[in-house]
Structure formats: structure tokens, C-alpha cells
Design a protein around this ligand. Structure first.
Ligand code: DC
Length: 228
């Protein structure tokens, strides 16, 4: 019987380094990537494009069911995926703060989460998948071969985001970033549906005082130990 392709679930709050670790692990193993946060961002973008009220759950469910999206490999290690909505390249558009705020309002809607479950599962293909999100190990891929919960203090995450923005010449207040991260954490961890919590069988890694190479090495060791 054909074996189900392996899944590595990487969950955690924003700014924990999940995205970068997901990319490096996928690249090292030659696995596919599911950026589940991008799907919530895309629903928000599609909603704005089609004048759908972002509080109208029924309309958002309909939109989510018909979502015309594509993730394409760019061939660039820095930014391996380009993201498309209805034939338009929205790779940059979905990363704005506004798109993040829209996504965080849509994410608590249980009907929307349910509507995109199959879409997310369809990313599971040979030779394997690295799935990045909040509920990959707890809801979408409960049978994942490896579950990692990557976290870091809110201060460390605000510092990292601050540095990223300053490096891009975007001026921002560190305090405002910290407050916004705390608020987002509060919303994500206390919501009734698929709250941000580690799966009972997840390995928790606190990256507060680790650099990206150290986190990558720890995750790769865990993955190799479980998949070999
Ligand atoms: O990881 P991100 O910033 O792109 O996520 C955008 C929003 O979507 C964020 O508020 C958390 C939410 N999200 C979620 O609820 N479940 C996921 N699997 C991924 C993201």
C-alpha cells in the first residue's frame, strides 16, 4: 500500500522564526511548503477585492470554498514561493500589516477554518510537506510525523520584527510593535476555535536566546530522528 507522504508541522506565534525554519527545513529535505497563514491573508485580500464584509462569515465561507490561489516556486532561496490570487501576483500585498490584521479577524471564524481544511491537506504530497501555522499539529495534520512548537518571548519577537523593518528603512516604534504582538498573542491563544497551543505530542523549542542556525540545527536533528 502507498505510504502517506510525511508531514512536519511547525506551529507557533508570529515572530518565532517559523517561516524561516520552515523554508530551510523544506529546502534541506526537498519537501513542499504549506504557508497556512498566507491562506487566511488571501481570504482577506479576496474579501476586500470583492467587497465582502470581513465580519460576514457566510460570505467568507463561500469565498474560501472558491478561492483561486496558487503558490509557485520562484527558484530563489530567499523567497522560494510567489503567491497568486485570481491570476494576480500578490506575494508582497499579503505581507502588509493591513493584510495581517484582516487575517487575524478572519482566523477565529470556525466555518472559514473548516472550509479550508481540505485545501490545506491537499498540500500533502510526495516526498513530504513542511506545514507552517498555528494549528498544523493540533487540527489540520493531527497525524503529522513531526510536530514542533516554536516560541520566543514577546520582547524577543518584537525586537526581531523591529530589526527587519529598520533594515528595510521602515520607521516603526519598538513599543508599538511589542504592544501589537501582545494583543495578537492574546487573540490567538484565547480564541475558542483552534487556539494557538502546542499539540500534546509537540516538541517545544523556545528560541528567545537562540539564533536561527541554532534553531535550525535543533529542528533538523529532531526531524532526522523521527523520519529516519
Ligand atoms: O502567520 P501569519 O502572520 O501569516 O498568520 C496570519 C493570521 O492567521 C494570524 O492572525 C494567525 C492566523 N493563522 C491561524 O489562525 N491559523 C493558521 N494555521 C495560520 C495562521
Amino acid at each position: 500500500m502507498a505510504k502517506t507522504p510525511p508531514v512536519i508541522a511547525i506551529d507557533g506565534p508570529s515572530g518565532s522564526g517559523k517561516g524561516a525554519i520552515t523554508q530551510r527545513i523544506a529546502e534541506t529535505l526537498g519537501f513542499h511548503i504549506l504557508d497556512s497563514g498566507a491562506i487566511y491573508r488571501l481570504i482577506g485580500l479576496a474579501g476586500r477585492k470583492h467587497d465582502v464584509d470581513l465580519e460576514d462569515e457566510a460570505a467568507l465561507i463561500e469565498l474560501a470554498r472558491q478561492l483561486d490561489i496558487a503558490f509557485k516556486a520562484t527558484g530563489y532561496a530567499e523567497d522560494p514561493l510567489s503567491i497568486w490570487l485570481e491570476g494576480e501576483d500578490v506575494t508582497r500585498k499579503i505581507r502588509t500589516d493591513e493584510a495581517g490584521v484582516d487575517a487575524s479577524k478572519i482566523a477565529p471564524l470556525s466555518g472559514v477554518r473548516e472550509a479550508i481544511k481540505q485545501l490545506q491537506r491537499s498540500f500533502r504530497r510526495d516526498p513530504g510537506l513542511v506545514a507552517d501555522g498555528r494549528d498544523m499539529g493540533t487540527v489540520v495534520f493531527t497525524d503529522a510525523d513531526v510536530k514542533i512548537f516554536l516560541t520566543a518571548s514577546a520582547e524577543a519577537r518584537a525586537q526581531r520584527r523591529y530589526k527587519q523593518l529598520i533594515d528595510k528603512d521602515i520607521s516603526v516604534s519598538l513599543h508599538a510593535l511589542f504592544t501589537s504582538i501582545r494583543k495578537r498573542d492574546e487573540r490567538d491563544t484565547t480564541r475558542a476555535v483552534a487556539p494557538l497551543i502546542p499539540a500534546s505530542d509537540a516538541v517545544i523549542i523556545d528560541s528567545t536566546s537562540l539564533d536561527i542556525d541554532e534553531v535550525f540545527n535543533q529542528v533538523l536533528t529532531i526531524v532526522k530522528g523521527k523520519l529516519d
